[in-house]
Design a protein around this ligand. Structure first.
Ligand code: HEM
Length: 471
């Protein structure tokens, strides 16, 4: 067999030690030596890392069907009701049914449109909140986290849970704990005979405790939704829609409670951290690049000027080509999930001349691809203008940049995420001028990445936001 090139393995753990705290960067460096397709070994699990657009196209388009499953991770399995969600579910009927429910009731164009009043209100609240900080320092990372959380909460649950300024409510804590737990390497997933370690070091007990808290919360939630309607009566929320579906399907193929709970958790996991991260990196790049910020403000403010004081709304966004270019450039440089979500290969195959065994875990390094100097001129520079003369975008058809993945398992939430992202960004740059706190220099803004599944800024984005004089 002709296997892909591999770095040296250590006994038992294999190449786990090479992942480091920012695996997308470590794998990128390794790919320079071992090539666009390399084979690592995590314990007993073969791991294929693809680092070129060509390899990604092969995995996510040409051979999408056999690369469309997800590996099982014991923590995700337990916390997400035994794989009853969709993001971590194996490819098959359950996944197909779950995904179509999510598309139909949350992220289709029609549903995304129906959430327009929510985005409108929440982005207005966001700018109001920022004004209250002025002329002091505002933590934009926190502002974006609250914004995405509140919008997802209202679309999924019909109201804010732990919303407003009361962030320490149980649901937020539970979500935080789930995300933190999912991010940890679980040694038993890679070296099965070392699985006992998790029983001894308390990880298993911790997962169990989080699961119990989550389930208790979700049980209460479903009970409450069955008893009364939610508060956002004008908009049908995801939880109500799923419960309605359950009532309608009770005599044929009933939707289990556990599926509803898992899908709700998935939508929070998929929708909040990612969108907030995208906004955070975009604003950081804009503040670091004042010339680009000025060009964007000029475009947005010109559109706003013609509206006689009425707020920018979503119909105005199509008149903002520079805003579209900024969003593409930011997602190119900072894909929030740099290694996408792991895939699993369901049959032996050949990938760009290499034999890959069935069962391999497959990582596509989206971060490395969209910084490939063979595809992008000066790839590490933030230069939105590069998108003026190209049709390349982020929707999964151009493998030069795939921040949302592609193919059957590609992100279904693009419309949901980007409609909020663009409205929030345009309103922000329209209404405020931004500077660094304590007279700091823009070019010194810290762009260090924090480890995690979604990679955000290590230090929060602190800025001084001054309301524009005429507003
Ligand atoms: C900027 C925001 C977002 C980014 C960058 C992003 C990125 C991604 C990526 C890279 C994947 C894996 C794709 C693959 O395997 O090919 C994914 C999957 C997924 N995303 Fe997103 N996402 C975002 C927003 C959202 C939102 C708003 C939702 C829902 C409300 C969502 C729900 C999901 C789900 C459910 C999956 C799993 C799909 C499956 O396995 O079939 N995402 N996302």
């Amino acid at each position: 067999k002709r296997l892909p090139p591999s770095p040296l393995k250590l006994p038992i753990i294999g190449n786990i030690y090479l992942a480091g705290s920012l695996p997308h960067r470590s794998f990128h460096s390794l790919s320079k030596r071992y090539g666009e397709v390399m084979l690592l070994q995590f314990g007993s699990k073969p791991v294929v890392v693809a680092s070129s657009a060509k390899a990604a196209r092969e995995i996510m388009l040409n051979q999408d069907l056999i690369f469309a499953s997800r590996p099982r991770f014991s923590t995700a399995d337990r916390l997400l009701y035994g794989g009853r969600d969709i993001a971590f579910a194996a490819y098959g009927d359950h996944w197909r049914k779950g995904r179509s429910m999510c598309v139909l009731h949350l992220v289709s164009n029609k549903r995304v449109q129906s959430f327009r009043p929510i985005r409108d209100e929440e982005t207005s609240l966001m700018t109001e909140k920022i004004k209250r900080f002025s002329p002091g320092v505002v933590n934009l990372s926190k502002v974006f986290m609250d914004l995405t959380n509140d919008v997802v909460c209202r679309a999924v649950l019909g109201r804010k849970y732990g919303g407003g300024d009361d962030r320490e409510k149980p649901f937020n804590q539970i979500l935080k704990m789930i995300v933190e737990m999912l991010q940890r390497y679980n040694v038993g997933d890679f070296v099965p005979w070392l699985g006992w370690i998790n029983r001894v070091n308390g990880v298993e007990a911790q997962v169990e405790k989080i699961f119990k808290m989550t389930d208790q919360f979700m049980e209460g939630l479903l009970r409450e939704y069955r008893e009364k309607k939610s508060s956002d009566d004008a908009v049908v929320n995801f939880a109500d829609a799923l419960l309605q579906l359950q009532r309608e399907s009770k005599d044929s193929d009933p939707v289990e409670d556990d599926v509803i709970k898992a899908l709700i958790l998935d939508m929070f996991g998929g929708g909040t951290d990612t969108t907030f991260t995208a906004l955070e990196w975009t604003m950081a790049e804009l503040i670091r690049n004042p010339r680009t910020m000025k060009l964007l403000q000029k475009e947005v403010r010109e559109v706003a000027r013609n509206k006689n004081g009425i707020d920018i709304n979503e119909d105005d966004l199509d008149k903002m080509p520079y805003l579209k270019a900024v969003s593409k450039e930011s997602l190119r440089l900072h894909p929030p999930l740099p290694l996408a979500v792991p895939r699993e290969l369901t049959q032996d195959t050949n990938l760009l001349g290499y034999d890959i065994p069935r069962g391999a875990l497959v990582l596509v390094n989206c971060w490395a691809i969209s910084r490939d100097p063979l595809l992008w001129e000066n790839p590490n520079e933030f230069r939105p203008e590069r998108f003026f003369n190209t049709s390349i975008d982020y929707k999964g058809l151009h493998f030069e940049m795939i921040p949302f993945g592609a193919g059957r398992r590609g992100c279904p939430g693009i419309g949901f995420a980007m409609s909020l992202y663009e409205l929030a960004l345009s309103r922000l740059v329209n209404e405020f001028d931004f500077g660094m706190p304590n007279g700091g220099r823009e070019e010194d803004l810290d762009m260090t990445e924090a480890p995690g599944f979604a990679v955000h800024k290590k230090s929060p984005l602190l800025v001084v936001a001054t309301p524009r004089a005429s507003l």
